[in-house]
Design a protein around this ligand. Sequence first.
Ligand code: GDP
Ligand code: ZN
Length: 304
Amino acid sequence: MNSKNKHEAQIISTYSRRMLVRTDRNELFPAKIEGKLLKPVCGDIVEIEKKHNEPDFIITKILPRKNSLVRKNKYENKEILASNLSEIVVVIGNPPSPDWFLIDRYIGSAEKMQIDASIICNKSDLNWIDDSIRSNLAVYSKIGYKIIECSTTQDKNLAEIKDYLSKKTTILVGQSGVGKSSIINSLSEYSNLKTQSISLAKKEGKHTTVNSNLIDLPNDGYVIDSPGVRDYLPDFNHENEASISFKEIHNFGLDCKYNDCMHIKEQECVVKFAVSEGKINERRYESYKRLVNKIKSSENKKNY
Ligand code: GDP
Ligand code: ZN
């Protein structure tokens, strides 16, 4: 709290220009944005102020973001979806069959943001997690990513997920149909925020734009839910973002002869040697090369 009328608060829900904020005293208030330039998103820490004759708090300032999840919208403009995250959780569940290149890119965006990543394997009741899937997953756990198997229909490991998400601000990403909404719905049963944000949506009127919510779980866990976040496709713009995205490639690459080694055509490349020795998983390396090519071809498109 800065002065009598000014407080620090976090954005919990957004509905068009109306927001729900939580102060550091854990009180929830509706708030509006001052001016047209401020664009707070879920997770933002903001300054709110009570002004005379105004029933709601006014959001006057967004404090610097630790990180932000960005996507390109349909007009190719960058749009911030959420901020101050601590982890990206990639959800898979067959159907649809896992797209490992997409999984690698999701994990890569967490690496780019310098936050943790993990994988939830949903629909375990359908017995799709066989030996070949497990050996793929073992590659990720060896690198250091947590893997949790669960089933929302059989209530398997949902409590473990809730515990795992304690003390973190997380988003769930993944292909459509893997069960992200189902997981969020089961987790939000632990949350008491639902009714409050629904009443806020009603105030804003019927024609509200897409909303997003920070769902609070017990033990200071938060899951950000919004269609924009769930549909989010990772976006990479520079070739050097590819090696940052693959932690093991990045780590081996630190010993490469050339600082700017791309680990593809160069001789005496430590990464290529590690691949040949099986220290770097071949499929992950193929995925890395595919990402480099993808970035290169989109750069070429920009030039012409
Ligand atoms: P989203 O698109 O990732 O948000 O996926 P949804 O949560 O909408 O789920 C897609 C479909 O998968 C729905 O028909 C769900 O009922 C189903 N589903 C979700 N979780 C499970 C699960 O654990 N087991 C099975 N068998 N089906 C599930
Ligand atoms: Zn190299």
